[in-house]
Design a protein around this ligand. Structure first.
Ligand code: ZN
Length: 306
């Protein structure tokens, strides 16, 4: 039994304009940091339309396909771009998350980390934004509910930005409890604690700029009882590492030890009701050294419980 690392070299084929923070080197930094770890290495396979259609309409897929450039870049919004390799990389990211769910549900791995880009938690039903095209973790949650027949899935997003896309895609989903901790004020500006979903299954916890690991722990300790009461059969993580003190896009003050702490808490939760099943998907993290060190600390912690 083991921790699976799901990835694909085509993560590097998703190009962004020079100087963009969501750069190819992010993937290399993560993979280099995980090099030599005793992981079950799995090559991601592309998600088909059926998986994407769990959260996005056909006309959205058609629109992205039509916008995909043959060379150079196509700009979708202020931050979000397509290169010729982007859609394949994004489908591999979704496919990897779905594979992670399948592996832990089959008992072939205890838990899994999906190291792919682009990230996914800002993509809404018909709106790409914030470097994201498909709602990777929300699609994985829907796959667990619809394909595996689970009744309760938790999605915990500790990226420094609010997971507005995941919230949008799971707004009406009573079988998924979505918990997001994020800095506020900060882009995208959503994620107030008053945003609770159609079935009161969305929990937003905002942290002011400058919040350190103690503030994170206090916020999470406030929502862990809610997660325990929900008794998820699977725990999904939107693992963004941009709450790190060194990150250039935000102003929180977490360090590697804080990512270890939150990972351990979520693994405890998973052991209580989910047979230990955790699937974690890479989201943000834009300081390459902090990203590598934080991802390595997170995955090493996943391995402790495997
Ligand atoms: Zn982020």
């Amino acid at each position: 039994m083991t921790t699976a690392l799901i990835s694909h070299p085509a993560a590097a084929d998703h190009l962004m304009p020079p100087g963009h923070p969501e750069q190819v080197a992010r993937h290399a930094a993560v993979m280099r940091a995980l090099d030599g770890m005793d992981l079950m290495r799995v090559e991601a396979v592309e998600a088909g339309d059926a998986a994407l259609l769990r959260c996005h309409p056909q006309r959205y897929l058609d629109r992205l396909t039509a916008a995909s450039p043959e060379d150079g870049f196509a700009q979708l919004d202020a931050d979000t771009w397509l290169s010729p390799g982007t859609l394949r990389a994004a489908r591999l990211a979704v496919g990897g998350a779905v594979q992670g769910v399948d592996l832990v549900m089959a008992g072939e791995a205890d838990n899994a980390f999906v190291a792919m880009r682009p990230p996914g938690h800002h993509a809404e039903r018909e709106t790409p934004m914030g470097f994201c095209l498909f709602g990777t973790v929300a699609i994985a949650a829907k796959h667990a509910l619809e394909h595996h027949g689970l009744e309760r899935v938790a999605v915990v997003d500790f990226d420094v930005h609010h997971g507005n896309g995941t919230q949008d895609l799971l707004w009406d989903e009573a079988r998924a409890l979505f918990v997001s901790t994020h800095q506020s004020p900060l882009w995208p500006g959503t994620g107030a604690s008053s945003e609770r979903g159609a079935h009161d299954t969305i929990v937003n916890r905002v942290l002011p700029p400058g919040s350190d690991g103690a503030a994170l722990r206090a916020a999470m300790e406030g929502v862990l009882p809610r997660l325990r009461d929900f008794a998820p059969e699977l725990v999904l993580i939107s693992a963004g590492f941009d709450a790190h003190a060194d990150d250039p896009l935000a102003q929180l003050e977490w360090d590697e030890g804080d990512f270890v702490w939150i990972t351990r808490e979520l693994m405890k939760l998973a052991r209580e009701s989910a047979g230990g099943r955790v699937v974690s998907c890479l989201e943000g993290g834009y300081d390459l050294d902090a990203l590598g060190a934080s991802a390595a600390a997170h995955v090493a912690t996943l391995m402790e419980g495997a």
